[in-house]
Design a protein around this ligand. Sequence first.
Ligand SMILES: Cc1cc2nc3c(=O)[nH]c(=O)nc-3n(C[C@H](O)[C@H](O)[C@H](O)COP(=O)(O)OP(=O)(O)OC[C@H]3O[C@@H](n4cnc5c(N)ncnc54)[C@H](O)[C@@H]3O)c2cc1C
Length: 461
Amino acid sequence: MARETEKQSVAILGGGIAGLSCGYFLKKRNIPFTIYESGGAHGGNCSTFAVGGFRFDSGAHRLHDKDPDATAEIKSLLGERLRKVSAPSHIYHEGRMILFPISAPDSFKKLGAELSMRIAAEALLGRALNRGDAADFESRSLKQYGKTLANLFLLNYSEKLWGIPCSRLSAEASGGRLKGMNLKTVVAATLGLRGAKEHMDGDFYYPDGGISAISEAMADFIGRENIRLNSIVTGVRAEAGAIAEVAVNGQPVETAAGIVTTIPCDEFVRMMTPAPPPGVRDAADSLKFRDMILVALFLDVESVSGSATIYFPDSKYPFTRACEPRNRSEAMSPSEKTSLVFEIPCTEGDAVWKKGDDEIAGIVVESLSATGLARKDDISGCAVRRMKRAYPVMEIGFEKPLRIVMDYLGGFRNLRIAGRNAEFHYSWMHDMIARGKSIAGEFPPGETRRAAKPRQNPDLE
Ligand SMILES: Cc1cc2nc3c(=O)[nH]c(=O)nc-3n(C[C@H](O)[C@H](O)[C@H](O)COP(=O)(O)OP(=O)(O)OC[C@H]3O[C@@H](n4cnc5c(N)ncnc54)[C@H](O)[C@@H]3O)c2cc1C
């Protein structure tokens, strides 16, 4: 471990929002560092694509105002470019858009009195009869929301999202998503109870021109000379309880003050020499990730909906949700035009992933026109983007192999771990900012301490 010179640099592996956040706070503390990013751009899975006058994010992003320090940090970076947006979300259900946040009259009208009352009765009965916790997502959904509601909105949706049966999905894993769906509010609203608006209130922060404004502003602050693009971490050599060397594009780089890895933990384990014990490698290999295809359709109409996000729980649609970027920021499309961006969760190499871009876009166009939300004739173009490792999959029992991996990596005294796929937890931009700040605080110039244990699953939306 390095002790003395101010020139000793921290190596940050990965230039997504987690790596940038670490760099941002190290810069504030005047500690030298270099970010090594394999791609040709920074931002990772928190980016904005620009295609012919349209802009769309790598999946529907918004800044959740959950951590006042993180929000304040982004406000200070973006100033007036960070706007407060008020746009509700909806569930598309059999031709109807059920409003989020749900209002009692709206849900009653859209679901019908009989269905609403059945949902409310099942949920209340379920609560009265089932007090214990369930380990899997399916049982918890049935207990908590009742059969009708769970089947209508939760189970199909979650199976599309995660690609495994809900009976194999950890109950805690879907915390964030469930709160996003927030279907408990159906019951609360139907019965006129408190809590109907408690989670997803439709107000959030969003930067003008797309979510990448955050990473761009961070990169400006950091100094682009400290971010090396097209720099693939190819090897990590461990020695005597520390990471002795990191190779980038096959060449060793300076890591004297320590290393922060934000690259997926299984990849990191696989590139280590000497190879970690078989139990650690097997544990890392057992962790699964979910990929995603984005299909953006460009439309010659001013607006399709007022929604921030539209959820499509029905399994007949290949996508889980769509967003209309213009409802987040007008700069996301040319004037008098709009776009819809569909998220199709899949796994690299599966039948969906293997489809060509034209084929997958064609499927989305057909599905969209079947919903009646937009007309085929109004579509003037499209773009398809593929995102790897959009989500860590929290299959039942994932905690054990994860603990094995994290305990092993936590044993290297100059190594810190940050980020959604590095820590394998369902985390958000504000978590990355908090983590970056805390890690930077562990690198006083000329000294490093033992790596803090990574946090696990804060269950946030
Ligand atoms: C569809 C979707 C919607 C989301 N919505 C929201 C939202 O509304 N609000 C919110 O707060 N968060 C949201 N998130 C979460 C947020 O985008 C993620 O938390 C964030 O992108 C994770 O950042 P990261 O830096 O940990 O990982 P990544 O973004 O994956 O960054 C890791 C980086 O490491 C690089 N890398 C990988 N391997 C190597 C290597 N060998 N060498 C060098 N570099 C390497 C990758 O290229 C990548 O740039 C969403 C995420 C998704 C997928």
